[in-house]
Design a protein around this ligand. Structure first.
Ligand SMILES: *[C@@H]1O[C@H](CO)[C@@H](O)[C@H](O)[C@H]1NC(C)=O
Ligand SMILES: *[C@@H]1O[C@H](CO)[C@@H](O)[C@H](O)[C@H]1NC(C)=O
Ligand SMILES: *[C@@H]1O[C@H](CO)[C@@H](O)[C@H](O)[C@H]1NC(C)=O
Ligand SMILES: *[C@@H]1O[C@H](CO)[C@@H](O)[C@H](O)[C@H]1NC(C)=O
Ligand SMILES: *[C@@H]1O[C@H](CO)[C@@H](O)[C@H](O)[C@H]1NC(C)=O
Ligand SMILES: *[C@@H]1O[C@H](CO)[C@@H](O)[C@H](O)[C@H]1NC(C)=O
Ligand SMILES: *[C@@H]1O[C@H](CO)[C@@H](O)[C@H](O)[C@H]1NC(C)=O
Length: 480
């Protein structure tokens, strides 16, 4: 048996060149791979940092043909906070804190005037998500602001509630853009509404205030009602959005990993905090979308199995925009949260078609395949640490940038042993107690008692029924 597995492994691994060594069963190996990726990310972020006029929190102009947008660095900082917590690495504390604090804007709600031209509800919510991560992880409070990470996230929530658009059109929802003269003001979309819903779900759990639950549920219900989330038919989907001048009657059916990821985040936190009030079917819909759309099954001798995550709307045709290249970071995070915040029971168990895996089996399989693919892709550039885009390709595909890096970093981190996410009662709050924060240990480990109990990835990987693909991947990881 062992011999035949090894034989299969040899066949599989032929053609894979790993510049980054990765053994997914070894925490140190994952951290080492993550550090290599981060070194490239930081070289981009800091490339002008010694020059006059450098602005903390922004990615450099001119690095790519199209300049990075403001929200891109929020996704980067959010990944760095997860890194700080899961890798016990304090080396980026100042970088993160200074960047996140510099961009808060005059009203401490992540609406800095410099960004008005492009600042949509979704952009704002990615900064709030990073601030929320800082709160949940017990990241040291900003030293130069009289406001906590939690308050920043709450301020963003308040400013978005005020923009909830009902009954003007489409029966509710958030417009994409905030400013009426920006292109996209007449568009309501999934990412803005899911950004709001996921922030609200996180705030509810963190503060124990069900007002946030009400809003999260309202936003999710609207997404189903308007048809942006469809759980109907053989292939559920989350669609991009619709013009609100025609009452959202004509839906743009593009699908992105980012929306599936945000839906997983909203569903996972909601389930964790108030299982009885969590929106029916959101978690399962998002899970099935993640597996069947973005990690499309393919035939094997053992039947269909999940594959590495792909941005299906653009990777196959080679037309992924700068925005698109950041999107899988959200899906990786969403899968990690779904696994750590929800129990493996019938609520989350697949009842949905040919692939009958549970949430845990699906997610482990997707995360492992994707991480292997990402590591294989992070072999570009002169130093062999530049990440490409296509996690299914066996060779570096020539893409390069912060989006590719943070997506790869997030998928690696999703394979690390989990640490409990704090709430107001379990983390240093208001910057008064930094003793737990400064160790990088995040929250006390008893927080998730009674939930999945899955605070350690190793246990997630030893689910009772280990599918052939997982066993094979384990062998592959050990072999390489
Ligand atoms: C806004 O732009 C000005 C001019 O470039 C710069 O000095 C300032 O630091 C920027 N502020 C933020 C929050 O980015
Ligand atoms: C900081 O906030 C507290 C509480 O809101 C307030 O009393 C204090 O004056 C603030 N300090 C500064 C420097 O703004
Ligand atoms: C617009 O759409 C909403 C939600 O789908 C619906 O309730 C409302 O009746 C529609 N309004 C018009 C004028 O069609
Ligand atoms: C935090 O503690 C307060 C006071 O004991 C309690 O009412 C509240 O439910 C707790 N919040 C959470 C999120 O556990
Ligand atoms: C809960 O949050 C809402 C929204 O921010 C706020 O208006 C309300 O006062 C909060 N309730 C409690 C008990 O803190
Ligand atoms: C679901 O799909 C079926 C068949 O396509 C259709 O008849 C039904 O109206 C749909 N239901 C909803 C809620 O969209
Ligand atoms: C879970 O579903 C299975 C199959 O439908 C059923 O036999 C079992 O009793 C269910 N378990 C619980 C705890 O509901």
């Amino acid at each position: 048996m062992r011999a035949s597995v090894l034989h299969a492994v040899c066949l599989l691994s032929a053609g894979l060149v790993y510049a980054i060594e990765l053994d997914l069963n070894d925490k140190d190996s994952i951290i080492s791979a993550g550090r290599t990726i981060l070194s490239h990310t930081l070289s981009i972020y800091n490339q002008n940092s010694n020059e006059p006029g450098w602005i903390p929190g922004l990615l450099p102009m001119g690095y790519t043909a199209n300049n990075y947008y403001w929200w891109h660095s929020a996704v980067m900082f959010d990944a760095m906070i997860e890194w700080w917590a899961l890798a016990d690495d304090d080396s980026l504390t100042d970088t993160i804190s200074v960047g996140l604090a510099y961009q808060v804007g005059p009203d401490f709600d992540y609406l800095p005037p410099n960004q008005t031209r492009s600042l949509g509800n979704d952009d704002q919510s990615f900064w709030a998500a990073a601030a929320m991560s800082a709160a949940e992880r017990g990241f040291p409070q900003p030293s130069n602001l009289n406001v906590t990470w939690l308050q920043l996230a709450q301020n963003v929530f308040e400013s978005q509630v005020a923009r909830w658009n009902n009954p003007e059109s489409c029966g509710g929802g958030l417009k994409w853009q905030i400013i009426s003269f920006n292109a996209g003001y007449n568009y309501k979309n999934a990412v803005s509404t899911l950004g709001f819903a996921s922030l609200a779900a996180r705030l509810a759990r963190y503060t124990n205030n069900e007002t946030y639950t009400d809003w999260s549920n309202e936003a999710i219900q609207w997404l189903f009602d308007v048809g942006f989330i469809s759980s109907n038919g053989t292939r559920p989907a989350i669609y991009d959005g619709a013009d609100d001048t025609t009452n959202c009657s004509s839906i743009n059916r593009l699908e992105w990993t980012q929306n599936a990821g945000l839906a997983l985040i909203a569903g996972a936190y909601a389930f964790n905090y108030t299982p009885t009030r969590s929106p029916e079917s959101l978690l399962n819909t998002a899970r099935v979308i993640s597996r069947d759309t973005f990690a499309q099954s393919y035939g094997t001798a053992d039947g269909p199995q999940p594959a590495a995550i792909q941005e299906v709307a653009c990777t196959p045709n080679g037309k992924c925009s700068l925005d698109n290249r950041f999107m899988r970071a959200s899906l990786a995070r969403g899968l990690a949260r779904a696994r750590e915040l929800t129990p493996d029971n019938n609520y989350t168990r697949g009842m949905d078609g040919p692939v009958t895996g549970t949430t845990y089996e699906d997610i482990d399989s997707i995360l492992r395949r994707s991480a292997e693919g990402a590591a294989a892709q992070c072999s570009g550039g002169g130093s062999g640490n530049v990440c490409g885009m296509d996690w299914r390709a066996s060779e570096y595909d020539g893409y390069e940038g912060v989006g590719e890096d943070v997506s790869a970093l997030e998928i690696l981190m999703a394979n690390l042993p989990r640490k409990a996410l704090g709430t107001m009662n379990t983390t240093a709050e208001g910057g008064t107690d930094e003793s737990s924060a400064s160790t990088g240990s995040g929250a006390p480990s008893n927080e998730n008692e009674g939930d999945s109990g899955d605070s350690n990835a190793a246990s997630a990987f030893t689910v009772p029924v280990i599918s052939m693909s997982i066993a094979l991947l384990g062998a592959l990881a050990n072999f390489l």
